[in-house]
Write a protein that binds this ligand. Structure first.
Ligand code: UN1
Length: 510
């Protein structure tokens, strides 16, 4: 252990959490006997018991959300949008409360917790506009006196499974689109982020009540992964949108497929940037440090690999190591802190294991990896930077901790091959001032990821674009662009206004 971290008291955090929950209108009354023990990674202590639920609650939630859907699907889109408009206003009013709960439950620094709340407000704005633009196409019919068109209809109950690291925003991407699309939601949050989920749900419920919308358009089920199988397997849930590990995706995807359900999966990322000789190294260093060390390396979009041209590798690594040495690590509520705690001891154990494997494979730890002294149950670590040989197994795995592997390349082809050699395909970037290199990286034979940036790190995407990735990342798309189509069903309509009955393909039937 190295430097020691000054921590707030758990009692202080309890009070902040209780006040935020109260202001958001959370009531703790429950019919369920099961509870969850809310905890904070800031001190590693338990906060208080909170109602959870069990498999029977999930089944009841699906039924209630299905009833709500039957009423909601016939409400006009723009009126559905008005509910999200009100929800967005409540999020603006309670931005601090939501951010406080995010910081307490998952340890995000203030600016990032507020950023997550802002991302929720942004997607609400987007969805309000979208509620008037759920448009279909009209195509020319091959038959005279006929019209061919598409209509988009609400789909049903959407099962949203969210991860601890974006405990509110990723749900809101799904909720805002689902609600304007005429669907309802059953939400299974990460159990470690139950309080944040309860506050968000309470605000949505208030918006729904004030807008005269049906009850149960969003039903929260903060249950265990085992009890969530009811949601995965229910034929009453046509779409599951799940964020989490590749292991979790591998478990649920075959079950959803077996019942012909739809899925939007956002699983592992093993995101990389290529740094070319022409790169602006100041910009690259800043972009790399935010993407690699931000959120203590616990975003799906966290930068995990830097693929740098050998001619500038020492220079870049020197700059990153220097910044890493100065990163303020500690209490995420404190002004100036840039790196908060890891979520739990398991995350720390995985980090240690990955660093051991990296060294065993010939890696050299250039900076970081050291745990700061706090108490036994909180885990504050210095983000690590590790130079690796080109061929190593550990670099192909996602470790959900702040470890940045550095690899070198000679030609852009080699860099792209290294970049695409991992199983995951979420986010990527290139730092270059050479337009030919930037275009090549974005071309069909360039990065194979769902997100491909130029002169930006891998994290911190805006809600306006579709968010998601390829390969073991799961192929799903959420958030902006036309991701809404995933939350609706398409009907193809052919209308005959001719008085004749000509058949398609010129078929003659008597
Ligand atoms: C995630 O880590 O699951 O692009 C979501 C980003 C954020 C969302 C991350 N806007 O980093």
């Amino acid at each position: 252990m190295a430097t020691s971290v000054a921590l707030p008291t758990t009692d202080e955090l309890r009070t902040i959490a209780r006040n935020s929950l109260h202001r958001c209108g959370v009531t703790t009354a429950t019919r369920s006997s099961k509870t969850v023990l809310a905890r904070t990674p800031i001190t590693g202590d338990d906060l208080f018991e909170f109602p959870a639920g069990d498999a029977a609650d999930v089944a009841a939630a699906i039924d209630a959300a299905h009833e709500a859907f039957l009423r909601w699907r016939i409400v006009p889109g723009p009126i559905r949008g008005a509910l999200i408009k009100r929800f967005g206003q409540l999020l603006v009013e309670h931005k601090q409360d939501i951010a406080d709960l995010i910081t307490i439950e998952v340890g995000k620094i203030r600016s990032e917790a507020l950023g997550e709340a802002q991302e929720m407000i942004d997607i609400c704005d987007f969805a309000v506009g979208l509620s008037r633009q759920l448009e279909g196409r009209t195509m020319p019919s091959e038959r005279p006196g006929h019209r061919l068109m598409e209509t988009w209809h609400p789909l049903g109950v959407v099962g949203v499974i969210s991860a601890f690291n974006f405990p509110a925003a990723v749900w809101s991407w799904n909720l805002a689109l689902a609600i304007v699309c005429g669907d309802s939601v059953v939400w299974k949050p990460a159990q470690v982020a139950t309080l944040t989920a309860a506050a968000c749900s309470a605000l949505f419920e208030r918006a729904a009540a004030e807008s005269g919308a049906p009850e149960n358009l969003n039903v929260l089920v903060p249950v265990s992964a085992a009890d969530a199988h009811v949601l995965i397997d229910s034929p009453k849930v046509p779409l599951i949108s799940a964020t989490g590990s590749e292991r979790m995706g591998g478990e649920i995807a075959p079950r959803i497929a077996a019942r012909f359900g739809r899925m939007i999966l956002e699983l592992g990322g093993n995101n990389a940037v290529v740094v070319a000789p022409s790169a602006d190294l100041d910009l690259a260093t800043r972009g790399i440090v935010f993407a690699a060390a931000g959120t203590a390396g616990q975003r799906c979009t966290t930068l995990r690999r830097v693929i740098v041209h050998e001619s500038i590798a020492d220079e870049l690594v020197g700059r990153i190591s220097q910044v890493y040495g100065r990163l303020p690590i500690g209490d995420p509520f404190a002004d100036g802190t840039l790196v908060g705690p890891l979520i739990d001891g398991n995350a720390y154990a995985n980090m240690v294991k990955a660093l051991d494997s990296a060294v065993a494979e010939g890696g050299e730890i250039l900076a970081g990896g050291v745990r700061h002294e706090s108490n036994e149950s909180s885990f504050y670590v210095e983000p690590a930077i590790v130079r690796m040989p080109a061929q190593s197994a550990i670099v192909h795995r996602e470790t959900f901790a702040p470890i940045l592997y550095v690899l070198t390349y000679r030609t852009l082809d080699e860099a792209i091959a290294l970049h695409n050699a991992v199983p995951q395909g979420l986010s990527s970037g290139i730092f270059t001032t050479d337009q030919r290199e930037a275009e090549r990286f974005m071309a069909a034979d360039g990065s194979d990821c769902g997100i491909v940036n130029v002169n930006i790190g891998t994290s911190g995407a805006e809600i306006g674009g579709a968010f998601g990735g390829e390969k073991t990342t799961g192929g799903g798309r959420e958030s902006g662009s036309d991701a809404w189509r995933g939350y609706m069903r398409r009907a193809t309509n052919t209308i005959n206004y001719s008085g004749e009955l000509p058949l398609a393909q010129g078929v003659n039937f008597g």
